[in-house]
Design a protein. Structure first.
Length: 277
């Protein structure tokens, strides 16, 4: 049975990721991360039709010089007749074949040098489809659960399904577990459903790293990144950003796992950018 938290406690727990992830443009992003020792990097974009907006995605990657990203997660892909139309050089492509409605679908792009295990599961009550990746990068064991919740999917059913799913995979022996996607649940306006959603994730040990507007026209935060650090690594920290991008009407979100110890022999963002672009 899910532990029910008081609303103030839920809000405090939600923000305990300690990063507001405010909007950044190209120049300010580079300034903020140019000296970071990035061990892992991930983007999430609500693509709202991969076929229609793949060119906008490529412009985003070019404009922000983001081809160093290890993982790119795309939600609300719409039906894709041929996955070959969605290939991006340098990346493996995984598709969850979400079929709840015409808008459904998750695509995950993974750098070619990363060996991943990918699986999909249709949740039993809400019928939403999750995609799950497990892999190691820079000696970190990472699990990612990527989800898109189409608006017609019942929020209570979805929250119950996600609770069961995340509880079931809690036995995975990862340094970090990441829950990411467009949930169509606004965590800036904590109504009953958002409260239960945040309480569920808090109970399971997840913290929110995106706590600001991701859909400007409605002033909502629908695009989420929650992280559970299961095996403590003291010299690591997490950075999160909301990018001022225009792929769709949703902002792009970013998560970096970075090395705090500058004496370690790891490349900075600037070195990575020079070597990979």
């Amino acid at each position: 049975i899910m532990v029910q938290l008081e609303q103030d406690e839920v809000l405090e727990t939600m923000k305990s990721g300690n990063i507001e992830a405010t909007l950044v443009d190209t120049d300010s992003l580079f300034f903020k991360i140019k000296d970071s020792k990035i061990l892992f990097n991930m983007l999430h974009v609500n693509i709202r039709s991969m076929i229609r907006n793949i060119d906008n995605l490529i412009l985003l990657l070019d404009g922000f010089k983001l081809y160093f990203n290890d993982i790119i997660i795309l939600s609300e892909t719409f039906k894709i007749p041929s996955i070959k139309q969605c290939n991006i050089p340098g990346y493996q492509l995984f598709y969850n074949h979400g079929d709840y409605n015409r808008n459904d679908g998750i695509i995950v792009l993974v750098k070619n040098h990363i060996n991943v295990e990918f699986s999909c599961k249709k949740l039993p009550v809400s019928l939403a489809t999750v995609g799950r990746l497990t892999f190691s990068v820079n000696n970190l064991k990472i699990g990612i659960t990527a989800v898109y919740r189409p608006p017609p999917v019942s929020k209570p059913d979805f929250i119950s399904d996600i609770h069961s799913y995340l509880d079931d995979i809690a036995k995975d022996n990862n340094n970090f577990d990441i829950f990411v996607g467009d949930m169509n649940i606004n965590i800036l306006n904590v109504d009953n459903d958002a409260h239960n959603y945040l309480a569920m994730l808090s109970q399971l040990g997840f913290r929110s790293y995106i706590n600001s507007v991701t859909r400007v026209d409605s002033g909502t935060c629908l695009d989420h990144i929650f992280v559970k650090q299961k095996l403590k690594v003291n010299d690591l920290s997490l950075e999160s950003f909301v990018l001022d991008s225009h792929v769709t009407d949703h902002a792009t979100t970013m998560l970096n796992i970075v090395l705090k110890n500058e004496n370690q022999n790891n490349k900075s963002f600037t070195e990575i950018k020079k070597s990979k672009l």
